[in-house]
Write a protein that binds this ligand. Sequence first.
Ligand SMILES: [Zn+2]
Ligand SMILES: [Zn+2]
Length: 309
Amino acid sequence: MIRSCLHTHTTFCDGADDVETMCAAAAARGLAAIGFSSHAPIAKKTGIKTSWHLPDEKLDEYLETVLAAKKRWRGRLEVFLGLEVDYIQGLCGPADGDYQSLPLDYIIGSVHFAAPPERGFTVDAPEEEFLAGFRDIFQGDGTALYNAYYDAYRGMIEEGGFDIAGHLDLVKKNNGLYRFFSPEDPAYGKRLLETADCLAAASGRPARETTGNGAFPVVVEVNTGGMNRGRVSEPYPSRAVLKLLRERNVPLTVTADAHSAEHLGGHYEEARNAMMDAGYSSALRLAEGKDGKALWLEEPLTARDRGES
Ligand SMILES: [Zn+2]
Ligand SMILES: [Zn+2]
């Protein structure tokens, strides 16, 4: 059974519920571990102000609040402190010293901006906003869009500094009915293959030295956030990508990219089925080691799990 969610947002950034509410919901839903991954502050570094990143001045309060929850829930729920850090080519990324020096259990590396950020365009923007940017910046060319996205993703993997590779094929979020590009297109397949190869290389080396967790490999998340918000019908990444990752022995962890308590554990059966179809028999979750440091723990996915809620 999958019993953790390491991709969780709260009222500190763009989530609907606070840290305590999320912990209580995680425990009530039978999760053994929850990790908080607020959108890391980027304003100072990039000059960009958004409504969805943690403001710089709130960072300390965020760290203290999650660490307090970790203490309060000890023995009932394992609570981990993380951040989801944006990679913006040439501007900022998980490898930056500002993030590496924080006392975090883990970092999720994510690409949302596939164009210069002053254009304000993110691949997962709400439909109308997405369409406007897609027309203006990419002239409505789906190939240009996914190439920009996977170029950035590759840059992020090569620069490193993160433990979990976030929503790998997020670029499909606004591609319902394959209206802008086909995942069957061999050129698209080539980008996926290249990304999988890159991740496999990253997976073989420790992600961050600062965790104290010597062999902390890069793990790919199977993220049900798009399903939880009714935007896509399958997890990130798709089955085709999961197969490529399986062939390369890249480990996975399952997350709900929860923006509210009700998302916790959402669509985990579909995630599990997709992983098993790709040939996976286990997933990883974080657990507290004896010295209090976070360690990856392998949990089996069994056929019995199928159909379980
Ligand atoms: Zn994200
Ligand atoms: Zn997120």
